[in-house]
Design a protein around this ligand. Sequence first.
Ligand code: PLP
Length: 481
Amino acid sequence: PPTPHPTKRGRGERRLLYVTLHPQPAKPAMTSNSHLAARDLAVVWHPCTQMQDHEWLPMVPVVRGEGCWLIDADGKRYFDAVSSWWVNLFGHAHPGIAAAVAGQAQRLEHVLLAGFTHPPAIELAERLLAHAGAPFAKVFYADSGSAAIEVALKMSFHYWRNCGEPRRRRFVVIDGGYHGETLGALAMTQIPLYREVYGPLLLEPLVAPSPDAYAAGPGVDACEAALAAAAGLDELLAQHPGEICALLVEPLVQCASGMRMHHPVYLSRVREICDRHRVHLIADEIAVGFGRTGSFFAHQQSGVKPDFLCIGKGLTGGFLPLSAVLTNNTVYDAFYDDYASQKAFLHSHSYTGNALACAAALATLDVFDAEPVLERIAELGVALEIALAPLREHPHVAEVRRCGLIAAVELVRDRSTREPFPWQERRGLAVYQHALTEGALLRPLGNVVYCMPPYVATAGELEWLAGVARRGIEHATGVGC
Ligand code: PLP
Protein backbone atom coordinates (compact mmCIF):
# COMPACT_ATOMS: atom_id res chain seq x y z
CA PRO A 1 0.00 0.00 0.00
CA PRO A 2 1.25 3.52 -0.70
CA THR A 3 1.35 4.41 2.99
CA PRO A 4 3.72 7.33 2.72
CA HIS A 5 4.79 7.17 6.33
CA PRO A 6 6.02 3.80 7.54
CA THR A 7 5.41 3.14 11.21
CA LYS A 8 8.31 4.47 13.21
CA ARG A 9 9.78 2.34 15.89
CA GLY A 10 8.43 3.58 19.21
CA ARG A 11 10.09 3.73 22.61
CA GLY A 12 8.26 0.63 23.73
CA GLU A 13 9.62 -1.44 20.86
CA ARG A 14 13.19 -0.33 21.58
CA ARG A 15 12.73 -1.43 25.14
CA LEU A 16 11.45 -4.82 24.03
CA LEU A 17 14.59 -5.23 21.94
CA TYR A 18 16.71 -4.42 24.98
CA VAL A 19 14.79 -6.93 27.04
CA THR A 20 15.34 -9.62 24.40
CA LEU A 21 19.08 -8.99 24.34
CA HIS A 22 19.37 -8.74 28.11
CA PRO A 23 17.00 -11.31 29.62
CA GLN A 24 15.32 -9.96 32.74
CA PRO A 25 12.51 -11.16 34.95
CA ALA A 26 9.33 -11.23 32.82
CA LYS A 27 7.44 -7.93 33.17
CA PRO A 28 4.94 -6.54 30.64
CA ALA A 29 6.50 -3.77 28.56
CA MET A 30 4.99 -0.41 29.47
CA THR A 31 4.90 1.49 26.19
CA SER A 32 4.09 5.17 26.00
CA ASN A 33 0.71 4.19 24.59
CA SER A 34 -0.17 1.79 27.35
CA HIS A 35 1.09 4.17 30.02
CA LEU A 36 -1.06 7.04 28.72
CA ALA A 37 -4.02 4.72 28.13
CA ALA A 38 -3.86 3.48 31.72
CA ARG A 39 -3.72 7.05 33.08
CA ASP A 40 -6.56 8.05 30.77
CA LEU A 41 -8.84 5.19 31.74
CA ALA A 42 -8.31 5.97 35.39
CA VAL A 43 -9.75 9.48 35.04
CA VAL A 44 -11.40 10.25 31.68
CA TRP A 45 -14.97 9.28 30.78
CA HIS A 46 -15.10 9.24 26.96
CA PRO A 47 -17.96 10.37 24.69
CA CYS A 48 -20.18 7.88 22.87
CA THR A 49 -18.36 4.94 24.47
CA GLN A 50 -19.24 1.93 26.58
CA MET A 51 -16.15 2.30 28.75
CA GLN A 52 -16.06 -1.42 29.47
CA ASP A 53 -15.10 -2.00 25.82
CA HIS A 54 -11.67 -0.70 26.72
CA GLU A 55 -11.00 -3.86 28.70
CA TRP A 56 -10.26 -5.40 25.27
CA LEU A 57 -10.27 -2.50 22.80
CA PRO A 58 -7.10 -0.42 22.96
CA MET A 59 -7.40 3.29 23.70
CA VAL A 60 -5.18 5.16 21.21
CA PRO A 61 -3.35 8.12 22.76
CA VAL A 62 -2.53 10.57 19.97
CA VAL A 63 0.31 13.00 20.52
CA ARG A 64 0.64 14.62 17.12
CA GLY A 65 -1.18 15.20 13.84
CA GLU A 66 0.25 15.87 10.37
CA GLY A 67 -2.07 16.30 7.40
CA CYS A 68 -4.40 13.29 7.29
CA TRP A 69 -2.25 11.37 9.75
CA LEU A 70 -2.47 10.99 13.53
CA ILE A 71 0.58 9.76 15.42
CA ASP A 72 0.27 7.84 18.66
CA ALA A 73 2.62 7.94 21.63
CA ASP A 74 4.51 4.89 20.34
CA GLY A 75 5.01 6.50 16.93
CA LYS A 76 2.39 4.50 15.01
CA ARG A 77 0.54 6.46 12.33
CA TYR A 78 -3.20 6.33 11.58
CA PHE A 79 -4.92 7.78 8.54
CA ASP A 80 -7.85 9.86 9.85
CA ALA A 81 -10.49 8.56 7.45
CA VAL A 82 -13.34 10.17 9.38
CA SER A 83 -11.77 13.63 9.82
CA SER A 84 -12.03 13.18 13.59
CA TRP A 85 -15.83 13.14 13.70
CA TRP A 86 -16.15 15.17 10.51
CA VAL A 87 -14.48 18.35 11.74
CA ASN A 88 -11.13 18.38 9.97
CA LEU A 89 -10.97 19.84 6.46
CA PHE A 90 -7.36 20.59 5.54
CA GLY A 91 -5.37 18.21 7.73
CA HIS A 92 -4.22 18.19 11.32
CA ALA A 93 -1.98 20.98 12.62
CA HIS A 94 -2.50 22.93 9.38
CA PRO A 95 0.26 25.57 9.49
CA GLY A 96 -1.87 28.47 8.20
CA ILE A 97 -4.70 27.86 10.65
CA ALA A 98 -2.27 27.18 13.52
CA ALA A 99 -0.48 30.48 12.82
CA ALA A 100 -3.77 32.40 12.69
CA VAL A 101 -4.82 31.00 16.07
CA ALA A 102 -1.38 31.69 17.58
CA GLY A 103 -1.39 35.26 16.24
CA GLN A 104 -4.88 35.93 17.52
CA ALA A 105 -3.96 34.50 20.94
CA GLN A 106 -1.33 37.20 21.27
CA ARG A 107 -3.78 39.99 20.42
CA LEU A 108 -7.10 38.99 21.97
CA GLU A 109 -8.20 35.54 23.05
CA HIS A 110 -11.79 36.31 23.98
CA VAL A 111 -14.20 39.07 24.84
CA LEU A 112 -17.89 38.73 25.62
CA LEU A 113 -20.00 39.37 22.55
CA ALA A 114 -22.76 41.36 24.25
CA GLY A 115 -22.08 45.09 24.03
CA PHE A 116 -18.59 44.31 22.67
CA THR A 117 -17.30 42.88 19.43
CA HIS A 118 -13.98 42.15 17.70
CA PRO A 119 -12.65 42.18 14.13
CA PRO A 120 -12.56 38.37 13.58
CA ALA A 121 -16.24 37.98 14.57
CA ILE A 122 -17.24 40.80 12.21
CA GLU A 123 -15.13 39.62 9.28
CA LEU A 124 -16.21 36.02 9.71
CA ALA A 125 -19.90 36.97 9.65
CA GLU A 126 -19.32 39.05 6.50
CA ARG A 127 -17.51 36.24 4.74
CA LEU A 128 -19.98 33.50 5.78
CA LEU A 129 -22.85 35.64 4.49
CA ALA A 130 -21.00 36.16 1.21
CA HIS A 131 -20.70 32.38 0.82
CA ALA A 132 -24.36 31.79 1.72
CA GLY A 133 -25.68 34.69 -0.42
CA ALA A 134 -28.88 36.73 -0.07
CA PRO A 135 -31.32 36.70 1.65
CA PHE A 136 -29.00 35.52 4.45
CA ALA A 137 -28.15 38.69 6.32
CA LYS A 138 -27.30 37.93 9.97
CA VAL A 139 -25.05 35.50 11.85
CA PHE A 140 -25.66 34.34 15.43
CA TYR A 141 -22.66 32.52 16.94
CA ALA A 142 -22.70 29.51 19.28
CA ASP A 143 -20.08 26.99 20.33
CA SER A 144 -21.16 23.50 19.19
CA GLY A 145 -23.41 21.98 16.60
CA SER A 146 -26.01 21.09 19.22
CA ALA A 147 -25.96 24.65 20.55
CA ALA A 148 -26.57 25.97 17.01
CA ILE A 149 -29.62 23.70 16.72
CA GLU A 150 -30.93 24.98 20.05
CA VAL A 151 -30.51 28.54 18.77
CA ALA A 152 -32.37 27.84 15.52
CA LEU A 153 -35.25 26.09 17.33
CA LYS A 154 -35.61 28.87 19.87
CA MET A 155 -35.35 31.59 17.23
CA SER A 156 -38.02 30.01 15.07
CA PHE A 157 -40.42 29.52 17.99
CA HIS A 158 -39.74 33.02 19.27
CA TYR A 159 -40.18 34.53 15.79
CA TRP A 160 -43.73 33.18 15.54
CA ARG A 161 -44.50 34.40 19.04
CA ASN A 162 -43.16 37.86 18.22
CA CYS A 163 -45.36 37.81 15.11
CA GLY A 164 -48.49 37.07 17.15
CA GLU A 165 -48.70 33.32 16.43
CA PRO A 166 -47.91 31.71 19.81
CA ARG A 167 -49.87 28.59 18.86
CA ARG A 168 -46.94 27.55 16.68
CA ARG A 169 -44.82 25.46 19.04
CA ARG A 170 -44.17 22.16 17.29
CA PHE A 171 -41.29 21.09 15.09
CA VAL A 172 -41.14 18.59 12.26
CA VAL A 173 -38.08 16.41 11.75
CA ILE A 174 -37.14 13.75 9.23
CA ASP A 175 -37.05 10.09 10.19
CA GLY A 176 -33.44 9.03 10.81
CA GLY A 177 -32.26 12.61 11.35
CA TYR A 178 -29.53 13.51 13.84
CA HIS A 179 -29.16 16.99 15.30
CA GLY A 180 -27.06 16.63 18.45
CA GLU A 181 -27.19 15.54 22.05
CA THR A 182 -28.35 18.45 24.21
CA LEU A 183 -31.97 17.93 25.21
CA GLY A 184 -33.55 20.19 22.57
CA ALA A 185 -31.33 18.89 19.78
CA LEU A 186 -31.67 15.30 20.98
CA ALA A 187 -35.45 15.65 20.93
CA MET A 188 -35.15 16.41 17.22
CA THR A 189 -32.83 13.43 16.65
CA GLN A 190 -34.66 10.37 15.34
CA ILE A 191 -32.10 7.64 16.02
CA PRO A 192 -33.35 5.39 18.85
CA LEU A 193 -29.81 4.47 19.93
CA TYR A 194 -29.23 8.04 21.13
CA ARG A 195 -32.77 9.18 21.87
CA GLU A 196 -34.71 6.35 23.44
CA VAL A 197 -33.31 6.39 26.99
CA TYR A 198 -33.96 10.11 27.35
CA GLY A 199 -37.41 9.98 25.70
CA PRO A 200 -39.27 10.95 28.90
CA LEU A 201 -37.34 14.22 29.03
CA LEU A 202 -37.79 15.28 25.44
CA LEU A 203 -40.06 17.43 23.26
CA GLU A 204 -42.06 15.32 20.81
CA PRO A 205 -41.60 16.55 17.27
CA LEU A 206 -43.70 15.34 14.36
CA VAL A 207 -41.76 12.92 12.19
CA ALA A 208 -41.90 13.12 8.38
CA PRO A 209 -40.85 10.23 6.12
CA SER A 210 -37.22 10.07 5.13
CA PRO A 211 -36.16 10.74 1.52
CA ASP A 212 -33.32 8.21 2.02
CA ALA A 213 -32.78 6.47 -1.31
CA TYR A 214 -31.41 3.27 0.31
CA ALA A 215 -34.41 2.83 2.63
CA ALA A 216 -36.76 3.23 -0.34
CA GLY A 217 -35.53 -0.19 -1.45
CA PRO A 218 -33.56 -1.67 -4.34
CA GLY A 219 -34.49 -0.38 -7.76
CA VAL A 220 -36.36 2.70 -6.51
CA ASP A 221 -35.06 5.81 -8.21
CA ALA A 222 -33.57 8.37 -5.75
CA CYS A 223 -35.61 11.20 -7.27
CA GLU A 224 -38.86 9.21 -6.93
CA ALA A 225 -38.02 8.35 -3.31
CA ALA A 226 -37.38 12.03 -2.57
CA LEU A 227 -40.63 13.18 -4.16
CA ALA A 228 -42.63 10.51 -2.30
CA ALA A 229 -41.11 11.61 1.01
CA ALA A 230 -41.86 15.25 0.20
CA ALA A 231 -45.51 14.34 -0.52
CA GLY A 232 -45.64 12.68 2.92
CA LEU A 233 -44.32 15.87 4.50
CA ASP A 234 -46.94 17.92 2.68
CA GLU A 235 -49.70 15.74 4.14
CA LEU A 236 -48.24 15.96 7.62
CA LEU A 237 -48.05 19.76 7.54
CA ALA A 238 -51.61 19.94 6.23
CA GLN A 239 -52.79 18.05 9.34
CA HIS A 240 -51.34 20.68 11.71
CA PRO A 241 -52.25 24.12 10.34
CA GLY A 242 -50.91 27.00 12.42
CA GLU A 243 -49.15 24.67 14.92
CA ILE A 244 -45.71 24.21 13.40
CA CYS A 245 -42.71 26.50 13.78
CA ALA A 246 -40.18 24.81 11.53
CA LEU A 247 -38.98 21.75 9.69
CA LEU A 248 -35.45 20.57 10.42
CA VAL A 249 -33.50 18.85 7.62
CA GLU A 250 -29.96 17.57 7.03
CA PRO A 251 -29.51 18.40 3.33
CA LEU A 252 -28.29 15.59 1.02
CA VAL A 253 -26.78 13.27 3.64
CA GLN A 254 -28.20 12.09 6.97
CA CYS A 255 -24.78 11.46 8.38
CA ALA A 256 -25.19 9.87 11.82
CA SER A 257 -27.89 7.49 10.65
CA GLY A 258 -25.33 5.85 8.38
CA MET A 259 -24.48 8.38 5.66
CA ARG A 260 -27.93 7.91 4.13
CA MET A 261 -28.19 10.03 0.99
CA HIS A 262 -31.04 11.64 -0.90
CA HIS A 263 -31.68 13.51 -4.13
CA PRO A 264 -31.33 17.34 -4.10
CA VAL A 265 -34.86 17.67 -5.50
CA TYR A 266 -36.07 16.86 -1.98
CA LEU A 267 -34.91 20.19 -0.60
CA SER A 268 -36.33 22.25 -3.45
CA ARG A 269 -39.70 20.52 -3.09
CA VAL A 270 -39.55 20.95 0.70
CA ARG A 271 -38.89 24.68 0.32
CA GLU A 272 -42.04 25.06 -1.74
CA ILE A 273 -44.06 22.99 0.77
CA CYS A 274 -42.78 24.99 3.76
CA ASP A 275 -43.62 28.26 2.01
CA ARG A 276 -47.13 27.04 1.24
CA HIS A 277 -47.74 26.02 4.88
CA ARG A 278 -45.89 29.04 6.31
CA VAL A 279 -43.34 26.92 8.16
CA HIS A 280 -39.65 27.78 8.58
CA LEU A 281 -37.04 25.60 6.93
CA ILE A 282 -33.95 24.95 9.07
CA ALA A 283 -31.01 23.36 7.22
CA ASP A 284 -28.67 21.51 9.56
CA GLU A 285 -25.37 21.66 7.66
CA ILE A 286 -23.26 21.04 10.74
CA ALA A 287 -21.85 17.87 9.18
CA VAL A 288 -22.38 18.49 5.46
CA GLY A 289 -21.29 22.14 5.14
CA PHE A 290 -17.91 23.37 3.91
CA GLY A 291 -17.53 21.20 0.84
CA ARG A 292 -18.25 17.71 2.15
CA THR A 293 -21.01 17.04 -0.40
CA GLY A 294 -19.15 18.72 -3.27
CA SER A 295 -20.65 22.23 -3.01
CA PHE A 296 -19.64 24.82 -0.41
CA PHE A 297 -22.99 24.37 1.33
CA ALA A 298 -25.06 21.26 0.60
CA HIS A 299 -28.35 23.16 0.10
CA GLN A 300 -26.75 25.04 -2.78
CA GLN A 301 -27.19 21.91 -4.94
CA SER A 302 -30.95 22.31 -4.71
CA GLY A 303 -31.02 25.98 -5.68
CA VAL A 304 -33.16 27.06 -2.70
CA LYS A 305 -32.37 28.87 0.55
CA PRO A 306 -33.45 27.79 4.01
CA ASP A 307 -34.63 30.33 6.60
CA PHE A 308 -31.98 29.17 9.06
CA LEU A 309 -28.63 27.61 8.22
CA CYS A 310 -26.83 25.83 11.08
CA ILE A 311 -23.10 25.31 10.66
CA GLY A 312 -20.32 24.00 12.92
CA LYS A 313 -17.69 21.25 12.78
CA GLY A 314 -15.58 22.17 9.69
CA LEU A 315 -16.20 25.88 10.26
CA THR A 316 -12.83 26.19 12.05
CA GLY A 317 -11.10 23.55 9.92
CA GLY A 318 -11.35 21.22 12.90
CA PHE A 319 -9.31 23.43 15.24
CA LEU A 320 -11.75 24.89 17.74
CA PRO A 321 -15.39 24.59 18.77
CA LEU A 322 -17.49 27.20 16.99
CA SER A 323 -20.89 27.11 15.37
CA ALA A 324 -23.29 29.62 13.89
CA VAL A 325 -26.85 30.12 12.71
CA LEU A 326 -27.34 32.25 9.61
CA THR A 327 -30.73 33.80 8.98
CA ASN A 328 -32.45 36.58 7.03
CA ASN A 329 -33.69 40.04 7.88
CA THR A 330 -37.34 38.95 8.01
CA VAL A 331 -36.47 36.86 11.05
CA TYR A 332 -34.09 39.46 12.50
CA ASP A 333 -36.59 42.29 12.17
CA ALA A 334 -39.22 40.37 14.14
CA PHE A 335 -36.94 40.63 17.20
CA TYR A 336 -35.90 44.26 16.63
CA ASP A 337 -37.99 46.48 18.89
CA ASP A 338 -38.09 48.46 22.10
CA TYR A 339 -36.46 46.53 24.97
CA ALA A 340 -39.76 46.71 26.86
CA SER A 341 -41.52 44.77 24.09
CA GLN A 342 -39.62 41.70 25.37
CA LYS A 343 -38.98 40.56 21.84
CA ALA A 344 -35.18 40.33 22.11
CA PHE A 345 -33.40 37.00 21.66
CA LEU A 346 -31.64 36.69 25.01
CA HIS A 347 -29.90 33.38 24.33
CA SER A 348 -26.19 33.36 25.18
CA HIS A 349 -23.17 31.12 25.69
CA SER A 350 -20.07 32.38 27.53
CA TYR A 351 -17.80 31.62 24.58
CA THR A 352 -20.13 32.98 21.88
CA GLY A 353 -18.01 34.21 18.96
CA ASN A 354 -14.70 33.32 20.62
CA ALA A 355 -11.92 35.28 18.93
CA LEU A 356 -9.49 32.34 18.60
CA ALA A 357 -12.18 30.18 17.00
CA CYS A 358 -13.17 33.01 14.64
CA ALA A 359 -9.51 33.43 13.64
CA ALA A 360 -9.31 29.68 12.88
CA ALA A 361 -12.50 29.95 10.81
CA LEU A 362 -11.14 32.92 8.84
CA ALA A 363 -7.93 31.02 8.09
CA THR A 364 -10.07 28.07 6.96
CA LEU A 365 -12.01 30.33 4.58
CA ASP A 366 -8.65 31.67 3.33
CA VAL A 367 -7.78 28.14 2.19
CA PHE A 368 -11.08 27.92 0.29
CA ASP A 369 -10.26 31.27 -1.34
CA ALA A 370 -6.66 30.41 -2.21
CA GLU A 371 -7.01 26.85 -3.47
CA PRO A 372 -9.34 24.99 -5.87
CA VAL A 373 -10.85 23.04 -2.98
CA LEU A 374 -14.17 22.07 -4.58
CA GLU A 375 -12.41 20.83 -7.74
CA ARG A 376 -10.14 18.75 -5.56
CA ILE A 377 -13.10 17.28 -3.68
CA ALA A 378 -14.70 16.32 -7.03
CA GLU A 379 -11.52 14.53 -8.18
CA LEU A 380 -10.94 12.77 -4.87
CA GLY A 381 -14.58 11.72 -4.69
CA VAL A 382 -14.29 9.95 -8.05
CA ALA A 383 -11.01 8.31 -6.97
CA LEU A 384 -12.64 7.08 -3.75
CA GLU A 385 -15.66 5.70 -5.60
CA ILE A 386 -13.44 3.82 -8.07
CA ALA A 387 -11.35 2.42 -5.24
CA LEU A 388 -14.43 1.19 -3.36
CA ALA A 389 -16.15 -0.20 -6.47
CA PRO A 390 -15.01 -3.85 -5.99
CA LEU A 391 -17.03 -3.90 -2.77
CA ARG A 392 -20.25 -3.55 -4.79
CA GLU A 393 -19.94 -7.26 -5.61
CA HIS A 394 -19.31 -8.39 -2.03
CA PRO A 395 -22.01 -10.82 -0.77
CA HIS A 396 -22.38 -8.86 2.48
CA VAL A 397 -22.53 -5.39 0.92
CA ALA A 398 -25.96 -4.05 -0.03
CA GLU A 399 -24.80 -0.67 -1.31
CA VAL A 400 -21.75 1.50 -1.85
CA ARG A 401 -22.83 5.14 -2.07
CA ARG A 402 -21.10 8.48 -2.35
CA CYS A 403 -21.86 12.17 -2.21
CA GLY A 404 -18.90 14.55 -2.64
CA LEU A 405 -16.16 13.22 -0.42
CA ILE A 406 -18.47 11.14 1.78
CA ALA A 407 -18.57 7.44 0.87
CA ALA A 408 -20.34 4.62 2.70
CA VAL A 409 -20.54 0.84 2.49
CA GLU A 410 -23.70 -0.77 3.88
CA LEU A 411 -22.91 -4.18 5.42
CA VAL A 412 -25.83 -6.63 5.57
CA ARG A 413 -26.37 -10.25 6.51
CA ASP A 414 -28.29 -10.98 3.31
CA ARG A 415 -27.61 -8.94 0.23
CA SER A 416 -30.74 -10.12 -1.62
CA THR A 417 -33.18 -9.08 1.15
CA ARG A 418 -30.98 -6.34 2.64
CA GLU A 419 -31.52 -7.94 6.05
CA PRO A 420 -29.06 -6.19 8.35
CA PHE A 421 -26.56 -7.94 10.56
CA PRO A 422 -27.89 -7.92 14.15
CA TRP A 423 -26.43 -4.82 15.81
CA GLN A 424 -25.16 -6.96 18.72
CA GLU A 425 -22.65 -8.60 16.36
CA ARG A 426 -20.87 -5.26 15.94
CA ARG A 427 -19.52 -6.08 12.48
CA GLY A 428 -18.59 -2.45 11.84
CA LEU A 429 -16.49 -2.48 14.98
CA ALA A 430 -14.59 -5.50 13.66
CA VAL A 431 -13.74 -3.45 10.56
CA TYR A 432 -12.57 -0.62 12.82
CA GLN A 433 -10.33 -2.98 14.81
CA HIS A 434 -8.82 -4.41 11.65
CA ALA A 435 -8.23 -0.94 10.20
CA LEU A 436 -6.33 0.10 13.32
CA THR A 437 -3.87 -2.74 12.77
CA GLU A 438 -3.22 -1.41 9.26
CA GLY A 439 -2.94 2.20 10.42
CA ALA A 440 -6.35 3.69 9.60
CA LEU A 441 -8.99 5.30 11.79
CA LEU A 442 -12.16 3.97 10.18
CA ARG A 443 -14.73 4.37 12.94
CA PRO A 444 -18.05 2.93 11.68
CA LEU A 445 -21.70 3.86 12.22
CA GLY A 446 -23.19 0.52 13.25
CA ASN A 447 -22.99 -1.70 10.17
CA VAL A 448 -22.02 1.15 7.90
CA VAL A 449 -18.34 1.58 7.11
CA TYR A 450 -17.68 5.03 5.75
CA CYS A 451 -14.92 7.49 4.86
CA MET A 452 -15.10 11.24 5.12
CA PRO A 453 -11.41 12.14 4.80
CA PRO A 454 -9.77 15.57 5.01
CA TYR A 455 -9.47 17.28 1.63
CA VAL A 456 -5.66 17.00 1.66
CA ALA A 457 -5.77 13.22 1.17
CA THR A 458 -4.14 11.99 -2.02
CA ALA A 459 -5.80 9.65 -4.53
CA GLY A 460 -3.12 7.07 -3.63
CA GLU A 461 -3.99 7.28 0.05
CA LEU A 462 -7.69 6.83 -0.71
CA GLU A 463 -6.92 3.78 -2.84
CA TRP A 464 -4.92 2.34 0.03
CA LEU A 465 -7.73 3.21 2.46
CA ALA A 466 -10.30 1.42 0.29
CA GLY A 467 -8.02 -1.63 0.43
CA VAL A 468 -7.96 -1.40 4.23
CA ALA A 469 -11.78 -1.22 4.22
CA ARG A 470 -11.97 -4.25 1.89
CA ARG A 471 -9.67 -6.32 4.09
CA GLY A 472 -11.53 -5.13 7.20
CA ILE A 473 -14.85 -6.21 5.69
CA GLU A 474 -13.33 -9.55 4.76
CA HIS A 475 -12.19 -9.90 8.38
CA ALA A 476 -15.61 -8.86 9.75
CA THR A 477 -17.71 -11.08 7.49
CA GLY A 478 -15.35 -13.97 6.77
CA VAL A 479 -15.84 -13.36 3.03
CA GLY A 480 -13.35 -11.71 0.70
CA CYS A 481 -13.96 -9.93 -2.58
N1 PLP B 1 -26.17 18.12 13.52
C1 PLP B 1 -25.57 17.19 12.76
C2 PLP B 1 -26.10 16.93 11.39
C3 PLP B 1 -24.48 16.48 13.25
O1 PLP B 1 -23.92 15.53 12.49
C4 PLP B 1 -24.00 16.78 14.55
C5 PLP B 1 -22.87 16.04 15.11
O2 PLP B 1 -22.43 15.03 14.60
C6 PLP B 1 -24.66 17.76 15.30
C7 PLP B 1 -25.74 18.41 14.75
C8 PLP B 1 -24.21 18.09 16.69
O3 PLP B 1 -22.99 18.75 16.64
P1 PLP B 1 -22.04 18.77 17.96
O4 PLP B 1 -21.55 17.37 18.14
O5 PLP B 1 -20.96 19.74 17.60
O6 PLP B 1 -22.89 19.23 19.08
